[in-house]
Design a protein around this ligand. Structure first.
Ligand code: G1P
Length: 291
């Protein structure tokens, strides 16, 4: 199973990060030295993805500009002898073949994904949520692609989360352990109550699905929060086709809320070659001054 295409839904309003996100899409907020979305595209490319469709909405044009060439800026940088900077600016636009589509109506994640039907065509594809960042040795999407190939199944990223989070995310029912971190799945639900949760495992931000999901989503009625939920569509998909959950190795950050965003900034800055060492010393010094 070769997975060449990916969708990044980036149409959300970013209400948890206002006023930052009043004029900057939440996916474009800086995370140390590049915007959140660039990390996600880098993960997709590292997993072998060649074409990426970003589902946007009104107010998201800075995303399109970011992945375009910037002739005036590049010419100016070259003229000033700033070759590294010119290279960085160009590299972003050449990272992958990026396409854009507007969701037009805010009707939920399932609806955003359904909009990508003609881009995807008849092949398996990946979904990476636009504000879920992963820090891992092997890209989390690659872990999913490998499981999907090995077991000829759709694959979703799963992780155990505490009760206070499972009700905000989704839960899955694990059927059988296929290998160390891979389970077959035969049920799931979106934002369950604690009575409804199927396990402590939630689906988190990364998916590899077959195109059969599109016909299902077309008929999926609005669910939780009166939105068309991807989870409701996948629930049906896992009843008719094999699906597995990959308990991924790595750490996830929800950059759509302030705490997750700050955690990501600190962890990614600590990993950064230029400032990591310095930040370690700075944090130690600060920590000593705490009571
Ligand atoms: C979305 C999905 C949910 C998933 C969560 C975390 O919810 O609908 O199934 O568990 O992302 O990746 P949202 O956070 O957009 O409400």
């Amino acid at each position: 199973m070769k997975v060449r295409k990916a969708i990044i839904p980036a149409a959300g309003l970013g209400t948890r990060m206002l006023p930052n996100t009043k004029s900057i899409p939440k996916e474009m907020l800086p995370l140390v030295d590049k915007p959140v979305l660039q990390y996600i595209i880098e993960e997709a490319v590292a997993a072998g993805i060649e074409q990426i469709l970003i589902i946007t909405n009104r107010g998201k044009t800075p995303i399109e500009d970011y992945f375009d060439y910037a002739p005036d800026l590049e010419a100016r940088l070259l003229q000033d002898g700033k070759l590294d900077e010119a290279h960085k600016v160009r590299e972003v636009a050449d990272m992958a073949d990026v396409f854009f589509l507007r969701q037009k109506e805010t009707k939920g994640l399932g609806h955003a994904v359904w909009r990508a039907k003609s881009f995807v065509g008849n092949e398996p594809f990946a979904i990476l949520l636009g504000d879920d960042i992963m820090l891992s040795e092997k890209p989390v999407l690659k872990q999913l692609v490998e499981a999907a190939e090995k077991y000829s199944c759709s694959a979703v990223a799963i992780h155990q989360v505490p009760d206070e989070l499972i009700v905000k995310y989704s839960s899955v029912k694990l059927k059988e352990k296929l290998s160390d971190r891979v389970y077959s799945i035969d049920d799931m639900n979106e934002k369950p109550t604690l009575d409804e949760k199927l396990s402590d495992y939630a689906i988190l931000g990364r998916y590899v699905l077959t195109p059969a999901i599109f016909d299902i989503l077309e008929k999926t009625p609005p669910g939780r929060n009166n939105e068309i939920q991807l989870t409701d569509g996948m629930k049906e998909l896992c009843h008719i086709e094999p699906m597995c959950g990959v308990d991924y190795e790595g750490r996830r950050y929800d950059t759509g809320n302030l705490k997750g965003y700050l955690e990501a900034i600190i962890d990614f800055a600590l990993e950064n070659k230029e400032v990591g060492q310095w930040l370690r010393g700075f944090i130690k010094e600060k920590a000593e001054s705490f009571d």
